[in-house]
Design a protein around this ligand. Sequence first.
Ligand SMILES: C[S@@+](CC[C@H](N)C(=O)[O-])C[C@H]1O[C@@H](n2cnc3c(N)ncnc32)[C@H](O)[C@@H]1O
Length: 305
Amino acid sequence: MTNYRLYDNDLPEYAVAVDIYATPELHVVVQEYAPPKTIEPATAERRLRNALQVIQQVLALPMDRLHYKLRKAQKGTAQYQKQGEHERYHVVSEHGCKLWANFDDYLDTGLFLDHRPIRQRLQKEARNKRFLNLFCYTGSASIHAAVGGADHTLSVDMSNTYLDWLGQNFDLNNIPFTELDGRAPLPSRLPPHATLRADCVEWLARTAQDDRAPKFDIIFCDPPTFSNSKKMDESWDIQRDHVALIGDAMQLLTPGGVLYFSTNRQRFKLDALEGLKVEDITLQTLGEDYKRPPAPHRAWRITRG
Ligand SMILES: C[S@@+](CC[C@H](N)C(=O)[O-])C[C@H]1O[C@@H](n2cnc3c(N)ncnc32)[C@H](O)[C@@H]1O
């Protein structure tokens, strides 16, 4: 049993996606994308009720294991904010890792299913490597790297909530970890596994200039489309600002190191990256359950030219 997208209809602006989670007992998360104004509310309501009923009957699913979310166009960081107080967390399995998922309280569950193949790739490539996870969210990629035998993982995010969640994920897999101070320079001797709270944009720019900062063999960078918070002086936009971010990340790579850069921003255009070798690996990073347009994300493997 694995976590996968069971169904996704082909109206991107009015879609219903059904995700299955590999918990000990089956859980299903249904996400409805808010219907456009051209659809009568009663029609949308009928369609949703029918869909939920069919899912429940076909899968013989008790109601408390069917979770429903309405996705609307989000402003700012609303996508990452808490939306409920159920506080029910479930252990899901993926490639030999255990991860906490929450199906009710946030718009996202703690695990982005479309990134399943890239997490597996990171796990396979991480043995005896130093791994840096930027915008790490709940750190699922770090857990994969650690389980795959990485000598070091460092996970950076500016959210206490998600770093705490990552801490719970480390505990769940019996992996000890250290919390580093995001305002201090990175220690030249890294602990085996560490978390660090910082604005990745500012932290990367600062650390890239620090000659004594340790380098990494693999960096995974999957930034949000837009980032803005009280903790940041200026807003950050992936289309406008990705070249500088990638440039800073490259400074932290070992000579043979690899940066995996990914985004779910539709219509994103990767600008020219001078002196770097860039390979579009999007197709390799899509599981069978996501291999139909539009791709949920795009991904690149970037090395020194
Ligand atoms: C697009 S997700 C990253 C998904 C993650 N890479 C994964 O594969 O599961 C957004 C994450 O970026 C974090 N974030 C947003 N802006 C940030 C910033 N400027 N610095 C650090 N973290 C940021 C949010 O707290 C959230 O955890």
